[in-house]
Write a protein that binds this ligand. Structure first.
Ligand code: GDP
Length: 446
């Protein structure tokens, strides 16, 4: 699972920090040394790590923090905030070209990065937002790529424009835009050819398209699993053809985190989306604050709710209410139960679980076992609570827990563990009010 090792290591550092009442300068320095190592091992760019630690240290060492009421928690808060800054602070949307009837987006990337898949995923997202996209097969070197785009376009019920493999990509793109005008498409997405490695021909071809066709946004798809290589690739593309943003694919895999944390800092260009699986619905908007929250092991409940909303119709009022409670750190067992219910209908169990606070660490075990059993147990525990207990976890004293354990048919220790973990994540959310989805901007522009 993504970031597993990084999250584990950071959580250990934080546990030590929290356990100390007062912090000395030495304590902070030791903790930051460990954070530094964890980031380097996660394949974060060396220079980025250095700057990051410097920024955290400058804010964390000083009488304000160290003599404060809760110094450990303050340091964690600073790490969280600096991590958000590192990834770009604000969520970047695809911009529709103002005053133009058609916005043209050029997708580029190395072969195998996930470009064609992402192109189709993106078309689906745009369609959901009321746009009428046209996909364009500009990869004339691999007939399979044209076919792949056609198949994916069909699945997304989006039109695909192709002229086979005998025309130049520039001519295809020009003809596609004419076609789009005639057929009232308002977004044209060009799927260009990739190569196994950066090469001059590929860059020249992309440059030609940009020069001769009115391209409004250039998006680069990089494979998150390749860590630092992904960042190097992004830098080279940006230097040669200037990109507007990055899509990080394969974030559902065992990526260590280096690419997500370094791309913005190294290239100055934001990550717009992350690919979370092979299915065409597996594309998520990139929210720096939610990603930081995931990396730090605090879960990403807002993305979970959004996923639920996209996949099944959920009561909108209920969802808003839940999001508001989350922001206040008032996540209760009913919310947990509701999330679990939605989850069943959604598939992709582990990706969804990883968004729940406190679940990160357990994913290793969960993946290797049949997790439904585990989930059923958790569900049974919550269902064995009274409505009052579900709303107010503080009521759970020893005798109530023992009753719940009997009701759910599990050991008392299982109930204890679950409740403790739940309280911890609640506490974390409360202590970081700015963390939960502060700067969301809805929908696509245009
Ligand atoms: P292209 O050569 O860059 O166009 O790459 P493709 O779109 O053909 O993707 C290469 C492989 O990566 C395919 O097997 C895709 O299913 C897979 N892939 C693409 N995006 C993702 C993702 O976000 N997660 C996972 N697990 N696989 C992906």
């Amino acid at each position: 699972m993504a970031f597993e090792s990084l999250t584990d290591k950071l959580q250990n550092v934080f546990k030590n920090l929290r356990s100390k009442g007062k912090l000395t300068e030495e304590d902070v320095k030791t903790a930051l040394k460990e954070v530094k190592l964890a980031l380097l091992e996660a394949d974060v760019n060396f220079k980025v790590v250095k700057q990051f630690i410097k920024a955290v240290e400058a804010r964390a060492i000083g009488s304000d923090v160290m003599n404060g009421l809760n110094p450990g928690q303050m340091v964690i808060k600073i790490v969280n905030e600096e991590m958000i800054t590192l990834m770009g602070s604000e969520t970047t949307e695809i911009k529709m070209q103002p005053g133009k009837s058609i916005t043209t987006i050029m997708m580029c990337g190395l072969q195998g990065a996930g470009k064609t898949t992402t192109t189709a995923k993106l078309a689906g997202k745009l369609k959901q937002r009321g746009k009428k996209p046209l996909l364009v097969a500009c990869d004339v070197y691999r007939p399979a790529a044209i076919r792949q785009l056609q198949v994916n376009g069909e699945k997304q019920q989006v039109d695909v424009f192709s002229m086979g493999d005998n025309q130049s990509p520039v001519d295809i793109a020009k003809a596609a835009i004419e076609h789009a005008k005639k057929n009232s498409h308002n977004v044209v997405i060009l799927d260009t050819a990739g190569r196994l490695h950066i090469d001059e021909d590929m860059m020249t071809e992309l440059q030609n398209i940009k020069e001769q066709v009115d391209v409004h946004q250039t998006l680069l798809v990089v494979d998150a699993m390749t860590g630092q290589d992904a960042v190097t690739v992004a830098k080279e593309f940006d230097d040669k053809i200037v990109i507007d943003g990055v899509v990080l694919s394969k974030m559902d895999g065992d990526t260590r985190g280096g690419a997500a944390l370094s791309v913005k800092a190294v290239t100055g260009k934001p990550i717009l989306y992350v690919g979370m699986g092979e299915k065409l619905s597996d594309l998520e908007q990139f929210y720096p604050e939610r990603m930081a929250s995931r990396i730090l092991g605090m879960g990403d409940v807002l993305s979970l709710i959004e996923k639920a909303q996209e996949n099944i119709s959920i009561d909108e009022d209920k969802e808003k209410e839940m999001a508001a409670r989350l922001k206040k750190g008032k996540f209760d067992f009913n919310d947990y139960l509701e999330s679990m219910k939605q989850m069943r209908n959604m598939g992709g169990l582990t990706s969804i679980l990883s968004m729940l606070p406190g679940m990160g660490k357990q994913l290793g075990n969960i993946e290797s076992m049949i997790d439904e059993k585990q989930l059923a147990k958790t569900e049974a525990i919550i269902l064995s609570m009274t409505p009052d207990e579900r709303k107010n976890p503080k009521l759970l004293n020893l005798s109530r827990k023992s009753r719940i354990a009997r009701g759910a048919g599990v050991d008392m220790a299982v109930v204890n563990r679950f409740v403790k973990q739940f309280e911890q994540s609640q506490k974390m959310m409360k202590q970081m009010p700015g963390m939960m989805g502060g700067k969301r901007r809805g929908g696509f522009g245009g």
